[in-house]
Ligand binder design. Structure first.
Ligand SMILES: C[S@@+](CC[C@H](N)C(=O)[O-])C[C@H]1O[C@@H](n2cnc3c(N)ncnc32)[C@H](O)[C@@H]1O
Length: 275
């Protein structure tokens, strides 16, 4: 594969209900091009996901989870009854945008946990890509990063955000690839130096409650209740170490004590060397 074509997306065959949400009463999913100019792309997305593409006239469809294609980005619009804001991924604005441009000073604990030192930048296999923030921070430091995400809608938002980021940050195209598949099921994942895991962890008290703008994401991906199995899966895919991100006081993944941890105010990185 040439360096310029590293930014790829392999969509797993969409299967219900994981396409829509982990919510048992999940609404139907549809794609809505907000402008006529976005119609062709919206149709292609709908076909790929195996869902309906609505007419822009139906812009107020209140009961569906909509993937809204506006001119320059894709957003997820929840049903009105959920009372949640639209959701998209963006690597170019806000604090994350600033950190990604800054590169070398970004995320020192994450970098240390993953063994990024000076010019030593391991290839990272991020098996729980989510919003791709950690993966992008590692890529901004110089690491090749393979992002793996199993939720197809999140995968689509990720792909869209990466393509937009690649226009402003040239290293994205060179260093980041995206594979939309379940890491526990796929036999096609590359073996890398470091496997990185950050599965969802349920908020247990009020202070840890999810911010409103993140609630749609949480509702989509659910609780990752099979996450203990990821540790064993990662063993077969990393030849240097596995790094697991946890809330500071959370139990170890799969109750397996790591050989060391790096602990910050709210987050802990558990390190499992692969021997
Ligand atoms: C907490 S989020 C990760 C956040 C991410 N580290 C970031 O910086 O944005 C966890 C993500 O892992 C994904 N995930 C969980 N298990 C997975 C699996 N077996 N294969 C692929 N993705 C998985 C979930 O769908 C969810 O999007």
């Amino acid at each position: 594969m040439s360096r310029t074509s590293r930014l790829i997306s392999v969509l797993a065959a969409p299967t219900s209900p994981s396409l829509s949400t982990s919510d048992p009463q999940a609404p139907a999913v549809a794609v809505l091009p907000v402008t006529a100019a976005a119609a062709a792309r919206a149709e292609a997305i709908a076909e790929r996901l195996g869902v309906a593409c609505l007419d822009p006239e139906q812009a107020d469809a209140p009961d569906e989870l909509l993937l809204v294609r506006v001119d320059n980005r894709i957003e997820l619009r929840p049903p009105c009854s959920w009372g949640l804001p639209d959701f998209h991924i963006d690597y170019l604005s806000g604090a994350l945008g600033h950190r990604l441009r800054q590169g070398v000073h970004a995320a020192p604990m994450l970098a240390r946990a993953c063994g990024v030192r000076g010019r030593s930048c391991p290839h990272i296999l991020d098996l729980t890509a989510g919003l791709g923030r950690d993966g992008m921070l590692l890529a901004s430091l110089g690491c090749q990063v393979t992002l793996v995400e199993r939720q197809p809608l999140v995968g689509l938002l990720l792909e869209d955000a990466l393509l937009r980021a690649a226009q402003a940050l040239p290293w994205v195209r060179e260093r980041v690839e995206l594979i939309v598949t379940d890491a526990l099921e796929s036999s096609d994942l590359p073996v890398c130096e470091v496997a990185y895991l950050d599965p969802m962890f349920p908020a247990r008290d009020k202070t840890a409650q999810v911010k409103k703008e993140m609630q749609l994401f949480h509702r989509l991906v659910g609780r990752d209740s099979d996450s203990d199995r990821l540790l064993e899966r990662a063993r077969g895919l990393a030849h240097q170490r596995i790094v697991v991100k946890r809330p500071r006081k959370a139990p170890f993944l799969a109750n397996r004590p790591p050989s060391g941890s790096i602990t910050g105010k709210t987050t802990r990185y558990d390190i499992y060397p692969v021997t």
